[in-house]
Design a protein around this ligand. Structure first.
Ligand code: NAD
Length: 503
């Protein structure tokens, strides 16, 4: 794995890596190309990919196992880095950055042989003696760009799938979570093959330059605004993309629900990682009566989780940076502060906060909260909640709480979102069996488990025909005749089920 690249300056700096898993300890050598600081790196990875080195299953397994060793060896450093970046509590960091990555890794290693296999498909009459199959092929050189909120998870989970599918990869961690960025840039190269995998560090300027290169696939996680930038850059090369974006995830709480349980599950989802979670419930929609019931229940849940003063709790995080802190703090002006509301700029602390009687026109309802603030918007009933959701861009997740499963199903059926979870928050993300991704404004494409492998694989449709049996082919060759047309129709036509077929 290449060690970190930090151009664009006058020259591209390339560092030979230390020990590697697959290249016998040799780092790649890239020569700077004027005006194209990453061109040498991309072309080096493309040469490796074309050599076929990443294709054998044994190679992929060795790299994935090396990634597992990275997670094991660097566990403490990962916990320290995410704590330094955003005060991420150890429990939350272990759960989200390590355990879920290991789950993805194990799921992949356990099933890779099966996933890689050719998929044999149905055939028509003329191809009965041939072989028709879908080959899962790597795209080639792929770029993975990550955000700062789960800086290991959101880089490594796609990386696992990209390696499993046989690609060469450049990962670009977020520059905002700088301690984790440094750890990834300095350490990953000691585990992975330097000729096939690289880390590029930097912010907007560097990523813009990086995106000028032709990649064979781009996997981006971040905001919808930057998603547009990435998709435009990809369009110049007709590069396919997956965009994992953000937005406002609504949570409808019906009048018939176990209020205390709903409050606990809501508070957990909203205040995990100090609210900096793409699928956090962004706002609650409920009746006035439910708002009154939820208040004491949420207060109790917050006190149960974080004690009387959450600022002193080791289990409550901080906002990642000053700019982000000021943005989130400004949202406290919406509605009425029902609990919380305290801030400490020096620590970038914002208390777990609930805002009541928030209006749709309030500033907090105009952008993704991405902080520990839960606004409640009062609606008359479920129909109004559904209309409210459907009048806005399609979110990454919709949540619905009700003891009546008909209500949960109604919300599911009459709304559209990337994912859905009834009677809880965030939990659908923990299942590698479910596709994870957005729709519309919240993204494009999906991953997790087999979906990640499929995302990074080109499904090549293949037909391998028999060289003989030419008589079977002659009806399709000129000179054409009515009789040949009849034969071609009979052998190629797909009939609607239930229609009479005479062959
Ligand atoms: P961001 O879009 O600002 O940055 C993401 C990445 O893009 C970073 O690596 C950054 O360096 C790079 N980048 C930023 N501006 C760029 C530009 N102009 N050109 C090229 N690259 C650029 O997002 P963020 O602030 O790191 O993360 C927060 C956002 O990400 C939220 O909207 C959140 O909902 C979303 N998110 C989505 C998911 C998901 O799985 N769908 C997960 C986490 C976060």
């Amino acid at each position: 794995m290449q060690q970190s690249f930090e151009p664009p300056g006058e020259h591209l700096q390339c560092y030979a890596a230390g020990s590697t898993a697959g290249s016998g300890g040799k780092g790649a050598v890239c020569s700077p190309v004027c005006g194209h600081p990453y061109a040498g790196l991309v072309s080096h990875l493309r040469t490796s990919w074309l050599s076929g080195r990443t294709r054998p299953m044994e190679y992929r397994v060795a790299q994935l196992e090396a990634l597992g060793r990275f997670l094991d060896d660097k566990k403490e450093e990962i916990l320290e880095a995410t704590a330094s970046d955003m005060g991420k509590p150890c429990f939350e960091a272990f759960f989200s950055e390590i355990l879920l990555c290991k789950n993805e890794l194990h799921q992949t290693l356990n099933n890779l042989g099966q996933w890689m296999k050719d998929e044999h498909v149905g055939k028509n009459l003329v191809t009965q003696l041939d072989s028709a199959f879908i080959r899962k092929e790597p795209y080639g050189v792929v770029l993975i760009i990550g955000p700062w909120n789960y800086p290991i998870h959101l880089l490594l989970v796609p990386l696992i799938g990209a390696i499993a599918a046989g690609n060469c990869v450049i990962v670009k961690p977020s520059e905002i979570s700088k301690n984790t960025e440094r750890l990834v840039a300095e350490s990953l190269s000691c585990y992975l093959d330097n000729d096939c995998y690289a880390v590029v560090t930097g912010g907007v300027q560097e990523t813009t330059k990086l995106l000028e290169n032709k990649f064979d696939f781009i996997f981006f996680t971040g905001s919808p605004a930057v998603g547009r930038v990435v998709m435009s850059a990809a369009a110049r090369h007709l590069t396919p993309v997956t965009l994992e974006l953000g937005g406002k995830n609504p949570c409808y709480v019906s009048d018939s629900c176990h209020v205390q349980n709903a409050a606990r599950r809501l508070a957990w989802g909203r205040f995990f990682n100090a609210g900096q979670t793409c699928i956090a419930p962004d706002y609650v929609l409920c009746s006035l009566e439910m708002q009154e019931k939820l208040m004491p229940a949420l207060r109790e849940a917050i006190a149960e989780f974080f004690g009387p003063n959450p600022q002193e709790s080791p289990d409550f995080g901080r906002i990642v940076g000053d700019k982000q802190f000021r943005r989130v703090r400004a949202l406290l002006g919406s509605g009425r502060v029902a609990m919380g509301g305290q801030t400490d700029e020096e620590e970038r602390y914002i208390a777990p906060t609930v805002l009541a009687d928030v209006l749709p026109s309030d500033p907090i309802m105009q952008e993704e909260v991405f902080g520990p603030i839960l606004p409640i918007v009062v609606v008359a009933n479920m129909d109004e909640a559904i209309d409210f959701i459907n009048a806005r861009p399609r979110p990454l997740a919709v949540y619905a709480f009700s003891s009546d499963s008909k209500v949960v199903n109604q919300v599911l059926e009459r709304t559209s979102s990337g994912g859905f979870c009834g009677n809880d928050t965030l939990m659908h993300l923990t299942l590698t069996s479910l596709p994870f991704g957005g729709i519309g404004n919240s993204g494009l494409g999906k991953y997790h488990g087999k979906f990640t492998f499929d995302t990074f694989s080109h499904q090549r449709g293949c037909l391998h025909r028999n060289m003989g049996l030419e008589a079977l082919n002659s009806p399709r060759y000129p000179p054409y005749s009515q009789q040949k047309l009849g034969l071609v129709t009979a052998t190629f036509e797909i009939k609607r089920r239930g229609m009479c077929t005479i062959l």
